[in-house]
Design a protein around this ligand. Structure first.
Ligand code: CDP
Length: 228
C-alpha cells in the first residue's frame, strides 16, 4: 500500500494529538507532535531564564538555537516522548508554565524556520502523521490527507482540565479557558504561518464526538485516500 503524509491542524486542545497518535498506531505510521517541539524550545527558554515579564531575549535565544536538540523516543509502552538532548521533558512541557508562553515563542521567525526544517526532515520518507498549526499549509503543503480540527473553546478547556486532573495535576478550568482563547488569538493572528485551514483540508468539528467516533471518521478518510 502506498505511504502518504497526513497533516492534522487545528485549534489548541481539541484532541488533535490523541487522534493523530491513535491513527498512526493503527496504520503503522510515525507520529510527530510538532507542538511538543515549540514547547521544548519554550522549556529551554524557561530553564535558561530567557523570559522577562512579557517577552523573551531574542539574542540569547537565537544564539542558543544550535544547542537545542529536540528528539522523540519511544517509552516502554511504545509511546513517543519529547527529549532535549538526552533528557526526557515530556511531563515538564505540558504544564501551565510552558503552555502560557509557548505561543509567544511560536511567533518567532527563526524558531519556526528551525522547527519546520526539522519537521520536513522527519517526514521526508512519508508514512507520517504530524499534528500542529501549519502542517498542511507550510510544512507539508503537498500532504495527501489534511484534516483541520476544531471544537468550541469551552469543550476544549474542559477536555484539557480533565486531562490534567486525570494526571493528578492542579488545574483551574477558568485559567485553562483563558489560555485556550489567548493561544487561539495569538496563533491565528501571527504574521508567520498563522493558524488557518488549508483550502484542501477537510474540516472536522469534534465538539459532540466521542474518541471512537472520531477514530472511525478518520479511518474512513484515510482509506478513501489510500484506495483512490
Ligand atoms: O496540544 P495543544 O493544542 O494545546 O498545543 P500544542 O499542539 O502542544 O502546541 C502548542 C503551541 O505551539 C500552539 O498553541 C502554537 O502556538 C504552537 N504551535 C505552532 O505554532 N505550530 C505548530 N505546528 C504546532 C504548535
Amino acid at each position: 500500500m502506498k505511504k502518504i503524509t497526513i497533516a492534522i491542524d487545528g485549534h489548541s486542545s481539541c484532541g488533535k494529538s490523541t487522534m493523530a497518535k491513535d491513527l498512526a498506531r493503527e496504520i503503522g505510521y510515525i507520529y510527530i507532535d510538532s507542538g511538543a517541539m515549540y514547547r521544548a524550545v519554550t522549556y529551554y527558554c524557561l530553564q535558561h531564564d530567557f523570559f522577562t515579564e512579557n517577552s523573551v531575549n531574542m539574542e540569547e535565544l537565537q544564539a542558543a538555537m544550535k544547542d537545542i536538540h529536540i528528539n522523540f523516543r519511544l517509552n516502554g509502552e511504545g509511546r513517543p516522548e519529547t527529549y532535549l538532548g538526552d533528557t526526557c521533558i515530556e511531563k515538564e512541557i505540558r504544564g501551565m508554565a510552558v503552555s502560557s508562553r509557548v505561543s509567544l515563542i511560536a511567533t518567532i521567525g527563526f524558531v519556526r524556520e528551525a522547527m519546520v526544517a526539522l519537521q520536513q526532515e522527519m517526514g521526508k520518507e512519508k508514512g507520517i502523521v504530524m499534528d500542529g498549526r501549519d502542517i498542511g499549509t507550510t510544512v507539508f503543503p503537498d500532504a495527501e490527507l489534511k484534516i483541520f480540527v476544531t471544537a468550541s473553546a469551552e469543550v476544549r478547556a474542559q477536555r484539557r482540565y480533565d486531562e490534567l486532573k486525570a494526571k493528578g495535576e492542579e488545574a483551574s478550568y477558568e485559567s485553562i479557558l483563558e489560555n485556550v482563547k489567548e493561544r487561539d488569538r495569538i496563533d491565528s493572528g501571527r504574521t508567520i504561518s498563522p493558524l488557518r485551514k488549508a483550502d484542501d483540508a477537510i474540516l472536522l468539528d469534534n465538539s459532540g464526538m466521542t474518541i471512537p467516533e472520531q477514530k472511525a471518521w478518520l479511518m474512513e478518510r484515510f482509506n478513501e485516500v489510500v484506495n483512490k
